[in-house]
Design a protein around this ligand. Structure first.
Ligand SMILES: NC(=O)c1ccc[n+]([C@@H]2O[C@H](COP(=O)([O-])OP(=O)(O)OC[C@H]3O[C@@H](n4cnc5c(N)ncnc54)[C@H](O)[C@@H]3O)[C@@H](O)[C@H]2O)c1
Length: 254
């Protein structure tokens, strides 16, 4: 499918995981992909793989974010898709009883303030064009509570969800769609390593997934490509859950 032919798509956190898989999917769909990451090596690699452009950017810096979207526009002539996806979940963000203010603030900056900055600067171009699709990565934890808490992470994703909804409503009549992507747990190398060490921890989470496994990054990327494309032309201000049924489940199959 070539649903994004000649569209210019900016992806933050393109060097790994969901961002990496989406860079590949966007390129397959015909987009010109601008790969942003704080990790120069990973970002350069993915940009080369997809025939796109790497821009080193720390998404918590307004200067970097402004330069990122300006570079995309100056290089390719438009900004059609913004996948604001970079995020962190560090181990010192835990239960509210353990988490200090430094960890709280760092996670808010990288996961939430970054999305505010990226939307603000992407909108500048999209409003001029009278079209665009913004996809912000939230999480299923924005709509469900967890006893295995990462308090700042969860709060940041709730912020991403409500900010995306509001922007989707505000800019709907300007031809700009804004959606929050809410992935369930994804089978990343980090997750595999964690659960190999602690199978009980894996089982405690897996039991809640009706489909019976975690997502592959490519399955999340497929949903992002859909939201980016005109196939999603009537979808805005949504919480787009790609969670294997977790948020709909009470009792799961054995
Ligand atoms: N993996 C999951 O299970 C899962 C589930 C739900 C939501 N999410 C969300 O999806 C997004 C991507 O997660 P992932 O699992 O692919 O993560 P990942 O760690 O594999 O990739 C994140 C990328 O973001 C980059 N990054 C981190 N801080 C940055 C900064 N300040 N500026 C620019 N780039 C920065 C990293 O270098 C990395 O390449 C995150 O927002 C995450 O919260 C992940």
């Amino acid at each position: 499918m070539q649903r994004l032919r000649d569209r210019v798509a900016v992806i933050t956190g393109a060097g790994s995981g969901i961002g990496l898989a989406t860079a590949h999917r966007f390129a397959q769909e015909g987009a010109r992909v601008v790969c942003a990451d704080i990790d120069e090596e990973a970002g350069t690699k993915v940009a080369a793989e997809v025939g796109g452009l790497f821009v080193k950017a720390d998404v918590t810096s307004e200067e970097d974010v402004e330069r990122l979207f300006r570079t995309a526009f100056e290089t390719y002539g438009s900004v059609d898709v913004a996948f604001n996806n970079a995020g962190i979940s560090p181990p010192d963000d835990d239960s509210i009883l353990e988490t200090g203010l430094d960890a709280w603030r760092r996670v808010q900056e990288v996961n939430l303030t970054s999305v505010y900055l990226c939307c603000k600067h992407a909108l500048e171009y999209m409003r001029r064009q009278g079209k665009g699709s913004i996809i912000n990565t939230a999480s299923f934890v924005a709509v469900m509570g967890s006893a295995t808490s990462q308090i700042s992470y969860t709060a940041s994703k709730g912020g991403v969800l409500s900010m995306s909804r509001e922007l989707g409503v505000q800019f709907a009549r300007e031809g700009i769609r804004v959606n929050a992507l809410c992935p369930g747990p994804v089978n990343t190398p980090l997750l595999q390593e964690l659960f190999a060490k602690d199978p009980e921890r894996a089982q405690r989470r897996l039991v809640h997934v009706p489909i019976g496994r975690f997502a592959e990054a490519s399955e999340i990327a497929a949903a992002v490509a859909f939201l980016a494309s005109d196939d999603a032309s009537f979808i805005t201000a949504s919480q787009f859950l790609v969670d294997g049924g977790i948020s709909g489940a009470y009792v799961t199959p054995l």
